[in-house]
Each structure stands twice: as structure tokens, then as C-alpha cells.
Design a protein around this ligand. Structure first.
Ligand code: SF4
Ligand code: SF4
Ligand code: FES
Length: 250
């Protein structure tokens, strides 16, 4: 018999410090829905499966094409983007939605990824430019350098890698895989290299590279297939060279 309904179970939390509860919803099946379109249907008619009126579910999204990372949540226990999580690909069982567990919950499925953005600031994950006027032609990059940098530039700060990293938790200072990978990117850019030593100092300190336990969960879950462990290897080389140079200068 053709599928009639979509059954959804959602972990709800009204405020950052509020208690959590589970609510179940049942919607008429429509082909080609994704998790976000299911959430939008629930928002139109916020009644639980038992017919109780509830509040519309809160979540965050923007691009709807797996570029911004903001819609990331646990879908059936796995961190992924809800905009590209197609209901038809999730099987016919109940779809379970929960917020990521490594970031503070704002409300329902929306989390605050600020800790990750703070770490990106700490490692200066940007290219400094002097004003916004035309600076002329920039330094040239070889094809192979462009390919490496492109891979790292695809990070959308979704937080999937942070979610599965056993070392990234509220008992540790570890900054996590995504900010480290951006050090790899900006240190290999000809202009970004000007601040390479500051970035290396940041990751040689507390909560930096040395706290990575090399479990490699991060690289397996990254939706952009960013070579995270390759980045950590290269950063290990860069920090060792920098440390030796510092020693020799003393
Ligand atoms: S490295 Fe991958 S998993 Fe981690 S935040 Fe970036 S895109 Fe997401
Ligand atoms: S290799 Fe393991 S410990 Fe290191 S960042 Fe990735 S998941 Fe975390
Ligand atoms: S809405 Fe941007 S990645 Fe899903």
C-alpha cells in the first residue's frame, strides 16, 4: 500500500534553559519533501499527533541548498543538513529530529554556533585587507594549491564535525576540527600567510591541535568531504617548524 503519512518525533525546548520534551506529529505524505518542508507543514498547523495544540517548532535555515550550514540538526541521530535530508530517503519509520548536542540550544532545533565562530576569530580565520579599494592583481596560486584551498574553503561551519568529535565537549577547551582546518586554509593563502605565525601560536596553546585525539570521526561525517585529518597532519608539520624556528632565535 502506498505511504499515507509522515511520522515525526521532535525534541522540543522552549528556551535555552527550559526543560526538554518530545512531541510527535503525523502529516499526510507528499513525495519529495525534505525535513524543512515537513517543519513548515507543522508550523502551518501546529497540532501534535494526539490532537493537542502546540507551538510552531523553531529551527534555523537560510540557503536551503547545503551552503550555509545553519539548518544542521540530528536527523535520526545523525548530524546533517535538514534542507537536504529528503524524507523519501529516510525510510518509512518515524523521523526523529533533535538539536545538535555540542552547542547551546536557543529554542527547539535551533542552536547557537557562537563557540565555533569564537574559535574562528581566535585563529584569525580571514585574510586581512587594507581597505576596500582596488588592490590590483593578487598573488597567483598554482592549480594544485587552488585545489587544496578550494577543498577547505567549502566549510560551511555546519558543526557536524564538532558534534561527532569526542574531544570537543563542555569538559574540554579543544577548539574542534572546523577552526583548525581553517588555519590550514588561511596559512596556505599567499596573503593569509602574513598572519601564519599568529594562527600557529593560537593552535599551539590551550585547546589547540595537541588536544585532537585523532579518532577521525570528523572527517567521516563532514558533508563537504573536507580532508580534515590531512589538515591536522600539515598543521602538525607547520607548528613543529615554527617551534624549532622560535627555539633557534632565542
Ligand atoms: S569541516 Fe565539514 S563538518 Fe566541519 S563545520 Fe566545516 S563543513 Fe561542517
Ligand atoms: S580527529 Fe578525532 S579528535 Fe581530532 S578533531 Fe577529528 S574527531 Fe576530533
Ligand atoms: S539551509 Fe543552508 S545548509 Fe541547509
Amino acid at each position: 500500500m502506498a505511504r499515507q503519512t509522515i511520522e515525526v518525533r521532535i525534541k522540543r525546548q522552549d528556551s535555552p534553559t527550559g526543560a526538554t520534551r518530545w512531541e510527535e506529529f503525523s502529516l499526510p505524505y507528499q513525495p519529495s519533501m525534505n525535513v524543512i518542508s515537513v517543519l513548515m507543514e507543522i508550523r502551518k498547523n501546529p497540532f501534535t499527533k494526539d490532537g493537542a495544540k502546540t507551538t510552531p517548532v523553531n529551527w534555523e535555515s537560510s540557503c536551503l541548498e547545503e551552503v550555509c550550514g545553519s539548518c544542521t540538526m540530528l536527523v535520526n541521530g545523525k548530524p546533517r543538513q535538514s534542507c537536504t535530508a529528503l524524507i523519501d530517503s529516510l525510510g518509512e519509520g518515524v523521523v526523529t529530529l533533535e538539536p545538535l548536542t555540542k552547542f547551546p540550544v536557543v529554542r527547539d532545533l535551533q542552536v547557537d554556533r557562537k563557540p565555533m565562530f569564537d574559535s574562528l576569530k581566535r585563529v584569525k580565520a580571514w585574510i586581512p585587507i587594507d581597505g576596500t579599494y582596488d588592490l590590483g592583481v593578487g598573488p597567483r596560486l598554482s592549480q594544485s594549491e587552488q585545489e587544496i584551498n578550494y577543498a577547505f574553503s567549502r566549510c560551511m561551519t555546519c558543526g557536524c564535525c564538532m558534534e561527532v568529535c569526542p574531544q570537543y565537549n563542555d569538559r574540554s577547551d579543544f577548539m574542534g576540527p572546523a577552526p583548525l582546518a581553517q588555519v590550514r586554509l588561511f596559512n596556505s593563502h599567499p596573503t593569509g600567510r602574513m598572519n601564519a605565525h599568529e594562527r600557529l601560536e593560537a593552535i599551539m596553546g590551550k585547546g589547540g591541535l595537541v588536544d585532537c585525539g585523532n579518532a577521525q570521526n570528523c572527517v567521516e561525517v563532514c558533508p563537504k568531504e573536507i580532508p580534515l585529518t590531512e589538515a591536522f597532519g600539515e598543521l602538525g608539520r607547520q607548528t613543529t617548524v615554527f617551534w624549532l624556528q622560535t627555539l633557534l632565535q632565542k
